[in-house]
Design a protein around this ligand. Structure first.
Ligand SMILES: [Fe+2]
Ligand SMILES: [Fe+2]
Length: 335
């Protein structure tokens, strides 16, 4: 997802303008058959036919006063506490230009913190710890690498051209960074077979590669957190214009892209924006079909296959479930 608009600038939700937003990608029919819940007003049948309802995008409530304790009922997940933004650039977001970029970036910074912790425990050549290799690489490839690829791809193909089209100016380094980041992400998987074959030097090189890549991505995120708000403010793009661009990005991500990106975004939002903002985003900003899939399947998938895997790798305890979908279903949780 690109630099998503967060619409947290008013205290009272306003009547939204109705906008048609269709999310393509994937083949949800099988998923709908497997996951149908007859009690939901948005049905799996619509998902199966890819006949998606118009999205209603509403402004999010302004965040004022002390943040409430974080714990909401989505799939019974214990949400993290509010701590404020981790960005060194946008320490106190003041408008939609600041808030939009933090949505994906705060999620990535949270993931990076977890990956750094995992790397301190990652020693799969120690007898009895060989399970770490498959688990870590499967999770990295399915969730982290895919999410980062989607994000920068959306920026390159959709977000940046839209800003430039409105007269904004962006540093050329953003594009060159994206190419470099994607190439380095693609290089991660080459270490997998070498480590599985017992190459000690491959473990060391992999840890160095991933650590340096994360450092580089965080430098890139920081540069964007300066460049994008500045470009948005100096361009002719309005908040409403940006909403349309974000809608296009959501369409382009398809169901699987949203499945990979949305849960960590919502999770991290509890930490940098608070529970109210996260709940408001889920309840008022997402297209009905995306909210349905998120709350019924993707959060559970995230709970088991991201939080569970992270916990396992940080606790040196073999994961009890599978890090990969065991069925062709693209929306169901994986148990
Ligand atoms: Fe980027
Ligand atoms: Fe970005």
């Amino acid at each position: 997802m690109g630099c998503t608009s967060s619409k947290m600038s008013v205290s009272v939700p306003q009547k939204p303008a109705q906008k048609t937003l269709l999310v393509g990608g994937g083949s949800p029919k099988k998923a709908a058959e497997l996951c149908m819940d007859p009690d939901d007003s948005f049905t799996s049948e619509a998902l199966a036919k890819n006949q998606l309802r118009p999205a209603r995008l509403r402004p999010m409530p302004m965040l004022t006063g002390p943040m409430p304790k974080s714990s909401i009922g989505l799939a019974g997940l214990q949400w993290p506490m509010f701590v404020g933004p981790t960005s060194h650039v946008i320490k106190a977001p003041k408008d939609w230009c600041d808030r939009g970029i933090l949505l994906p970036h705060e999620a990535f910074r949270w993931l990076h913190g977890e990956i750094r912790k995992i790397l301190t425990y990652f020693d799969p050549l120690v007898p009895g710890q060989d399970w770490q290799t498959s688990l870590f690489f499967s999770w990295l490839e399915r969730y982290y690498i895919l999410a980062v690829r989607h994000h920068h791809d959306s920026e390159e193909r959709i977000y940046n051209p839209a800003i430039i089209g409105k007269g904004g100016s962006l540093p050329a380094k953003i594009t060159s960074d994206h190419k470099d980041i994607i190439a380095r992400l693609n290089s991660c998987s080459k270490f997998r077979s070498r480590i599985e074959n017992g190459e000690e030097i491959a473990v060391v090189k992999f840890k160095n590669h991933l650590t340096q890549l994360i450092d580089m991505i965080e430098d890139h995120l920081a540069e964007e957190e300066s460049a994008y708000p500045e470009a948005l403010r100096s361009s002719g793009m309005t908040e409403a214009d940006e909403e349309l661009v974000v809608e296009k990005i959501i369409q382009d991500l398809g169901l699987d892209g949203n499945k990979v990106l949305l849960p960590p975004i919502i999770y991290a939002m509890h930490m940098w924006a608070g529970r109210e903002a996260a709940e408001a985003m889920v309840n008022t900003q997402l297209p009905p079909q995306i909210k349905f899939a998120l709350t019924h399947f993707w959060i559970r998938d995230f709970q088991v296959n991201s939080l569970g895997v992270i916990s396992s790798l940080q606790g040196m305890v073999p994961f009890q479930g599978s890090p990969q979908c065991t069925t062709p279903c693209i929306v169901c949780a994986v148990q």
